[in-house]
Design a protein around this ligand. Structure first.
Ligand code: 2PG
Ligand code: MG
Length: 449
């Protein structure tokens, strides 16, 4: 076996699915080819996320360049990393955290740090001649539970064996991801009744085609898609999107709620100002948290909704507590901007009975090790983890391999159009050929009433 000692570290500026610069890192071990990772980037970012370092030089790429982050990898980080063992992920990530020295990775940049953290996995895969999924599995095996979580019904089967995820897929986009007028960011489907990953994916693409056809037939610009490939029509209300999704599920010959359920990413931090939630689609309505909860509860009563993300603002802990006590036994309540993949924020949620699920985004926290710590904490406390892409993505397929390796159970990548999304779905199709990988699908929601 070749050496796993790091020999070279090299970063460059490449571009993501929105044409914005991002960081790519290549790491090679002694005697083997380099492994490579590319960092994603969000649009509806949470204020508590680790810092994405951008040049801020208005004269170049509107200030969005990442040359400083690239430079940080090619100088300081490279010097610290050469000679280290690429398979010692925790030591590498600890070194990166200490080298940066700030609580939110603002000195070297979370984009610089995450690129290195992930490229180390791919370098180890090259050195050892294994697949990425096997390397992610090896790293995850170092994050075993502190205590058995068999008392938890919701997540007891998760995180154990390598498992293909239940996909949560965007059909209609609004908010910061599309040019339409919807306040809510994502109207998604979850094929809860499918019994295999390939079947789940076929259902999804069939429903997606029907959404497009129904929108076109109804006279909307159904073919225009948002940042994540979901349709971005100018509808007359936030609720109308739900009607189109239900109609498309039926048009596909599937049963809403039994075969295919609905998920929402409200992404409400982005229409929350000074304690009020302002909905523009229905004529600048100003809602209190309790009104938003009432609205969501009404929708849960009338539509087959099984999952709601960021129903309330990233700092509205009281509202979230109320939301959780009202809906937490009926639907998955995901904290994205609320938790930002940060284990301290997730712990606060656990301690105060807020949410029952956490979105897992590597670049919100900035290293693989910290990401896996948050994933572990979620599973140990009965919170469903949902591994997620960002709205700005690339051909990097890390999250597909990561979600299978950890057996986290769910994956959110956006829609089934645009190749930065399909890169992940196609990787899952390849992984689904491995008969050893299981599929739990919608059975993970058995504890919901
Ligand atoms: C989200 C993500 C992905 P962004 O809010 O969940 O859909 O969006 O990457 O823009 O934060
Ligand atoms: Mg979100």
């Amino acid at each position: 076996m070749a050496s796993t000692q790091i020999k070279t570290v090299h970063a460059r500026e490449v571009f993501d699915s929105r044409g914005r610069p991002t960081v790519e890192v290549e790491i090679a071990c002694e005697g083997s080819r380099p492994g490579r990772a590319i960092v994603p980037s969000g649009a509806s970012t949470g204020v508590f996320e680790a810092l994405e370092l951008r040049d801020g030089d208005a004269g170049r790429l509107q200030g969005l360049g990442v040359r400083r982050a690239v430079e940080n990898v090619n100088t300081e980080i490279r010097s610290a990393l050469v000679g280290r063992d690429a398979t010692d992920q925790q030591a590498i990530d600890q070194l990166l955290i200490e080298l940066d020295g700030t609580p939110n990775k603002s000195r070297l940049g979370a984009n610089a740090i995450l690129g290195v953290s992930l490229a180390a996995v791919y370098a180890a895969a090259e050195a050892e001649g294994t697949l990425a999924v096997e390397q992610f599995r090896r790293v995850w095996s170092e994050h075993q539970p502190d205590r058995p979580s068999s008392h938890l019904t919701s997540t007891s089967g998760l995180g154990v064996t390598q498992t293909l995820p239940l996909p949560m897929v965007n059909m209609i986009s609004g908010g910061k991801h599309a040019g339409g007028n919807l306040d809510f960011q994502d109207y998604l489907i979850l094929p809860v009744g499918a019994t295999s990953y390939p079947q789940a994916f076929e259902w999804i693409v069939t429903v997606y085609q029907h959404v497009g056809q129904l929108l076109t037939k109804a006279g909307f610009e159904g073919v225009l898609v948002g940042d994540e490939g979901g349709f971005g029509p100018k509808l007359t209300s936030n609720e109308q999107a739900l009607d189109f999704v239900v109609a498309a599920i039926e048009a596909a010959g599937l049963r809403p709620g039994e075969d295919v359920s609905i998920g929402l990413d409200v992404a409400s931090s982005h229409f929350h100002h000074e304690g009020k939630y302002r909905l523009a689609a229905t004529g600048d309505e100003e809602l209190a948290a309790s009104d938003v909860i009432n609205l969501l509860e009404d929708w849960v009563n009338r539509y087959p909704i099984i999952s709601i993300e960021d129903g309330l603002d990233e700092d509205d802990w009281d509202g979230w507590k109320e939301l959780t006590s009202r809906l937490g036994s009926r639907v998955q309540l995901i904290g994205d901007d609320l938790f930002v993949t940060n284990k301290e924020r997730l712990q606060r949620g656990i301690d105060s009975g807020v949410a029952n699920s956490v979105l897992i985004k590597l670049n919100q926290i900035g290293t693989l090790t910290e990401t896996l710590q948050t994933l572990r904490l979620a599973l140990d406390n009965g919170y469903w983890p949902v591994v997620s892409a960002r709205s700005g993505e690339t051909e990097d397929t890390t999250i597909a391999d990561l979600v299978v390796a950890t057996g986290a159970g769910q994956l959110k990548v956006g829609s089934v159009a645009r190749s930065e999304r399909l890169a992940k779905y196609n990787q899952l199709i390849r992984l689904s050929e491995n008969a050893e990988f299981g599929y739990a699908g919608g059975a993970i929601f058995e504890s919901l009433s």
